[in-house]
Design a binder for this molecule. Structure first.
Ligand SMILES: [Zn+2]
Length: 225
């Protein structure tokens, strides 16, 4: 039996946080060498996994404390997120944050909601000469591979715990997981993709938009009974 009638699988970078932290870190710590890699990944000519590994490999481990404090001081949570967490809790909906980002900036930003959201993200190993990415949630056999953190695999692992699946995101890395969703809340590049391919979706700007869409007496999107 489903433990949750509805599960939200929500991206972090550019979705809960207002801007993409991996790109910001790279533009701060290794701008010249990282810029072409960022472009390759954005244009889907290089896998996220390879791109992110190569980018962090540009940064010496001795600078990791600086990277951590830079990321933490530059993370701003999008408006309405606290209210959205409260809504999910009240309704008994699963809220899982599924991020291709890293524990050192995702977890501090979500600390006020600890125990109320599930968090899936990557880690950094700073014990070698340069930063090394630790992929804690790799691709499963149903994925074509190359994700780094495999969002579709995380959703598939939860499939028997949730009734409906809603995905919230903004970027190209959210496209494969959006294809598994009953409904998508999208901004930016993911919104373009939803429009182009006809995935069932609503655009959003803040989490208040999502709250309005799924709750109240006449929800625009009825994802639960
Ligand atoms: Zn994958």
């Amino acid at each position: 039996m489903n433990r949750y009638p509805l599960g939200f699988f929500c991206d972090f970078d550019g979705t809960i946080s207002e801007r993409d932290m991996i790109a910001r870190i790279m533009m701060e710590f290794a701008p010249d060498q990282a810029a072409p890699l960022i472009r390759e990944v954005m244009e889907r000519r290089m896998t996220v996994r390879e791109g992110v590994e190569r980018m962090f490999g540009l940064i010496p481990s001795s600078r990791f404390p600086e990277v951590v404090s830079f990321a933490q001081s530059h993370t701003r949570v999008r408006e309405g997120f606290a209210e959205f967490v409260a809504l999910c809790e009240r309704q008994g909906w699963l809220l899982a944050v599924v991020s291709g980002g890293f524990d050192f900036f995702v977890e501090p930003a979500l600390a006020p909601f600890a125990g109320r959201v599930e968090v899936f993200c990557n880690r950094i190993d700073a014990t070698g000469p340069v930063l090394r990415v630790v992929w804690a949630h790799p691709c499963d056999e149903l994925c074509q591979g190359g994700c780094g953190l495999c969002k579709p695999a995380v959703v598939r692992r939860h499939r028997d715990q949730v009734g409906r699946v809603a995905v919230i995101g903004d970027g190209v890395t959210d496209i494969p997981v959006a294809q598994l969703a009953d409904w998508v809340f999208a901004r930016d590049k993911l919104l373009d993709e939803c429009r182009r391919t006809g995935l069932p979706h609503s655009p959003f700007d803040t989490f208040h938009d999502i709250i309005r869409a799924v709750s109240g007496p006449q929800p625009e999107v009825r994802l639960h009974d």
